[in-house]
Design a protein around this ligand. Structure first.
Ligand code: 7TS
Length: 413
């Protein structure tokens, strides 16, 4: 792969050349892929890493002494080190591989929650949460008698810090909040949230599903206790996700699942558990996708997060300005601190119709409640249409979106 590291400026065509899927057409039109918050496309380096593993050294890891098993184990563990460095963790023992953000949050709710929550304890969430940072807490609240408290937002989707401070008390045991909202793009003030929660002795989980691809993440500087993200939203494969956990907490937590790999010794009378991080990785993991996740993170690092962010900010600003010119269009979450997501409604047109009519023009956006039903209820809307931008999107693609929406408005009015 030609390195994009030395580009003097952000060369979006050079980036696009690394993503084979972007040359396909949809319904007779060039693909305009604006559904990156759901999953991003994959660069050649990631696809090659998958092929290389299956054609060159497919083997189960950790248990084998033969060459293929050693090569696969080494590659798998190299990803752990890359993830550690990518999110600023201090030790590889604090990096647990999961299927994705959903499984990472379920792991914490189940393992940490079951041992640390009791009746009367409180779990604080924000009004911006994805269902995967709500439902696991409902499940653990039901099992333990703990209660869920929700931090309100204003009409633009901004976290109300004053209200959060009022909810904090000695009863608060965990604060679990999203870093950047998938439905609106709004960024939560996570550093302030973490510091305030820690003053009350609560632990903090950050749902980084949408932030990891856009923002610099440093879990040590943030001082969060848990951080979850999905590889497939950071140009990596599906089924490969991460849970970062503070070592002292992880050491005190019971395993999430039982099986091979997570044990030290098993008799029919009892099991003793393996060390971190393996205690939380029962069974054969997703070896190929985890190995390929390294290629995705390296690709982002070589391209440069700051350069990607600057490009995405340009796209966001241009899209916001141009979309606002359309009659009856309202952007939800039109705030300063946000990632490159534009969520909108158009008066008198159902979001689903917008999605279908744009798809007929080769433009992929997401429509609906974005797995954030409580947020949609708070905003008094059934759903939105959401265009979300990645490093390979262009200003011309935003022009296509605007032209596409002009056609939709003409057809539906
Ligand atoms: N948290 C947030 C903030 C998310 O955006 C998502 C997925 C998840 C958790 C769950 O991640 P998973 O990889 O485990 O599924 N968000 C979206 C979305 O916005 N459209 O499709 C999936």
């Amino acid at each position: 792969m030609e390195s994009v590291m030395n580009l003097s400026r952000f060369d979006v065509q050079k980036i696009r050349d690394q993503f084979p899927i972007l040359t396909r057409s949809v319904k007779g039109h060039p693909l305009v892929y604006l559904d990156n918050a759901a999953t991003s496309q994959k660069p050649k380096a990631v696809i090659d890493a998958l092929t290389d593993y299956y054609t060159g050294y497919n083997a189960n890891i950790h248990r084998g002494i033969h060459t293929l098993a050693e090569e696969a184990t080494a590659a798998f563990e190299r990803t752990r080190e890359t993830v550690r460095s990518f999110i600023g963790a201090s030790a590889v023992e604090e990096i647990i591989f999961t299927r994705g953000t959903t499984e990472s949050i379920n792991l914490v709710a189940s393992s940490w929650g079951r041992t640390n929550l009791k009746a009367g304890d409180e779990i604080i969430l924000s009004s911006l949460e994805h269902h995967s940072n709500i439902v696991p807490w409902h499940m653990i609240a039901e099992a333990t008698g703990a209660k869920i408290k929700v931090v309100p937002i204003n009409d633009e989707g901004e976290f109300q810090f004053d209200e959060f401070e009022k909810l904090l008390s000695a009863k608060t045991k965990i604060v679990s909040v999203v870093h950047a909202s998938n439905a609106l793009g709004v960024i939560n003030p996570v550093k302030k949230i973490i510091d305030a929660a820690h003053r009350f002795g609560a632990v903090v989980l950050i749902d980084g599903a949408q932030s990891t691809v856009h923002l610099d993440i440093d879990v040590t500087e943030l001082d969060c206790d848990f951080f979850a993200f999905s590889g497939h939203k950071v140009y990596g494969p599906t089924g490969a996700g991460v849970l970062y956990g503070r070592r002292t907490l992880l050491e005190a937590m019971p395993p999430f699942q039982g099986g091979g790999e997570m044990i030290r010794e098993v008799t029919y009378e009892k099991t003793t558990y393996n060390d971190l991080p393996y205690k939380f990785e029962a069974g054969t993991p997703n070896i190929a996708d985890t190995i390929a996740l390294k290629a995705a993170l390296d690709f982002v690092t070589e391209t440069g997060k700051a350069a990607i962010r600057a490009h995405e900010d340009t796209l966001l600003e241009y899209a916001t300005t141009e979309l606002k010119k359309l009659p009856g269009l309202k952007i939800h979450g039109d705030v300063e601190k946000k990632v490159s997501v534009v969520s909108f409604t158009i008066e008198g047109i159902h979001p689903q119709d917008i999605g279908i009519l744009l798809d007929n023009q080769g433009i992929a956006v997401r429509t609906g409640h974005h797995c954030a039903e409580p947020l949609m209820n708070r905003l008094c809307i059934p759903g939105t249409s959401r265009a979300s931008f990645a490093m390979y999107n262009t200003l011309e693609e935003i022009d296509s979106l605007v032209r596409g929406l002009q056609k939709v408005i003409k057809m539906m009015r």
